[in-house]
Design a protein around this ligand. Structure first.
Ligand SMILES: NC(=O)c1ccc[n+]([C@@H]2O[C@H](COP(=O)([O-])OP(=O)(O)OC[C@H]3O[C@@H](n4cnc5c(N)ncnc54)[C@H](O)[C@@H]3O)[C@@H](O)[C@H]2O)c1
Length: 251
């Protein structure tokens, strides 16, 4: 087993489920101290316990990533708990409203932007200075294939995920000279509760045909790429968009 993250502390938002959980578990196996942050504290604690049961080190905290004060407190808690911060996976996200633009509720639009987009700004704002203090490291932001191409009926989600590309590039340039790399990951449709909670089973089955590989992805397949980007194995990679989509955007 690789121990890429020995003595490193990595914070994972949305760590209680799906892609975030898979990343937390892999980081734990690879030797990191994992800070599992989620709005669902009980589920985050369960993931932290799974990391510990597998022989790793993890603690959980609650956060609403749409609240800047809560994000600041999450970063402070991580540094207080583990002594430092070397990496962060800004991953918490929601599907949000699905309708024609004219029928989208403005409050729901803003809520989606708070959770999927502004949250990542708050994260970088408080994480990057701590990572600089630790001697450098890596931040990965979860975008989507829908951060690279459009889709009918999900304007707020598509907008938030495209904006994360710009935020990733701007923050990569801001911190490149201080040893903090910033990249985004762009999953295709992945078998997680996000998909199951937002789509009917028939719709999920229909999505398979959009992936030339002939199936949906698994959270562990995204985690593999995220952990590469969080590790020093990707030491010359910054400002990049890593697509993990079974060929979806290549069609
Ligand atoms: N599943 C997919 O097909 C897919 C594809 C592309 C991108 N993504 C993105 O991947 C990320 C993770 O999605 P997932 O599929 O693992 O979903 P998921 O629903 O399994 O996990 C998301 C986690 O985020 C947490 N969360 C939601 N709102 C939060 C908030 N305000 N503060 C803190 N935590 C909050 C949830 O409690 C949950 O544990 C999201 O950003 C999503 O947009 C998912």
């Amino acid at each position: 087993m690789a121990h890429e993250f020995t003595d490193k502390t990595v914070l994972v938002t949305g760590g209680a489920s799906g892609i975030g959980e898979a990343v937390a578990l892999q980081l734990g196996r690879e030797g990191a101290h994992v800070a599992v942050a989620d709005i669902d504290l009980a589920a985050a604690e369960a993931v932290a316990q799974k990391v510990v049961d597998a022989g790793g080190s993890a603690q959980a905290t609650t956060v609403d990533v749409g609240d800047p004060e809560a994000v600041k407190a999450m970063v402070e808690w991580t540094v207080k708990t583990f002594g430092h911060l070397h990496g962060a996976f800004n991953n918490a996200g929601i599907g949000g409203p699905s309708a024609l633009p004219e029928d989208i509720d403005i409050a729901e639009y803003h809520k989606l932007m708070d959770v999927n987009l502004h949250s990542v700004f708050y994260g970088i704002k408080y994480q990057a200075p701590e990572i600089v203090k630790s001697g450098g490291g890596s931040i990965v932001n979860t975008s989507s294939i829908l951060g690279l191409v459009g889709e009918v009926g999900v304007l707020p989600y598509v907008t938030s995920k495209h904006a994360l590309v710009g935020m990733t590039k701007a923050s990569a340039l801001a911190y490149a000279s201080q040893g903090v790399r910033v990249n985004s990951v762009h999953p295709g449709y992945i078998n997680t509760p996000l998909l199951e909670n937002n789509l009917e089973p028939e719709a999920i089955a229909g999505l398979t045909s959009l992936h030339p590989i002939g199936r949906l992805g698994e959270a562990e397949e995204v985690a593999e790429v995220v952990c590469f980007l969080l590790s020093d194995r990707s030491s010359f990679v910054t400002g990049s968009q890593y697509v993990v989509d079974g060929g979806y955007v290549t069609r």
